[in-house]
Design a protein around this ligand. Sequence first.
Ligand SMILES: NC(=O)CC[C@H](N)C(=O)O
Length: 358
Amino acid sequence: MKKVSVRRTISIAFMLMVGLFMVNSFAFAQVKPKIAILATGGTIAGVGQSEVGSAYKSGAITVDKLLAAVPQINNIATVQGEQVVQIGSQDMNDMVWLKLAKRINELAKTDVQAFVITHGTDTQEETAYFLNLVLKTDKPVVLVGAMRASTAISADGPKNLYDAVSCAIDPTSKGRGVMIIMNDKILGADDVTKTMTTAVETFACPNYGPLGIMYNGKPMYTRTSMKKHTVKSEFSVDNLSELPRVEIIYGYSNVTPLFVDAAVKAGVKGIVYAGVGNGNPSTTLQDALVSARKSGIAIVRSSRVFSGPTSQFDEVDDEKCEFAASWYKNPQKARVLLMLALTKTDNYKEIQRMFIEY
Ligand SMILES: NC(=O)CC[C@H](N)C(=O)O
């Protein structure tokens, strides 16, 4: 009788342990968040001629190879990789933006919990800002790149990619708008820009400061963006098959209306003027921009100066000229916002409102 009950106790204990193990491993499998990594190319996928030289080809390796270099990611997330394009980001264009945005909006409706986009650094800030304005999700979306090719000594891509995944799967990253992770920093799409051509420490938010830092694989946030983005944005790519054409024209001393005239002739819908100082055009340039405006082209004044606002009511009478001032948007981000603004309106007052809100 005693023997039977001892045996029974042992077998019950054994079954309990097996049960516990199964529940545990099931729970563990459940805990790993599902993440989509959308690859577009860039130096992070770059292959160099040597480990020490700077010459390399960007976008040379695929998403699978990229992920194979960082097996640690499999410990923290279940990854679904997709190769969207395989380009240097100097070749990024509106069509890829629309494709990327539509794909993320579609995946956001599934059980994918977060998104990481690998991207070349040259135009990474523009893609980030575009997505920030058109994605209809509060699931975390993080762009990541590298300054050193994957074959270089001390390649920065693997750590940046691990940080990007860690940031994206963290519950505190929800609803913060699109972010860029580079070199331990978490940078908001509304302000982030590339500040040095070759350095690893190149991305910064010159006006608002970073959103936080990555520390031991965890995001430590110190700031939240006050600008409208993602689910609160009025812009949508749902019915768009192309974007209105907007060109950027650069300001300098002795500038002539040559490029404004060319833009008008080419039939652009908007011009961003990267003016000197507080977005100032020369007298002749201003006349050319006013006549472009009169012909129906939207004009936004921005600045070639690295930081600070291009503010209204300074040396240019924006009301009289029917211009909008870009405030904290640099010319390349101003172009993104103006393209989306033009999908809604060409009223300069409305466009000005958007430049204040986004
Ligand atoms: N560091 C980089 O990613 C630059 C490589 C390339 N020009 C690109 O932007 O894709």
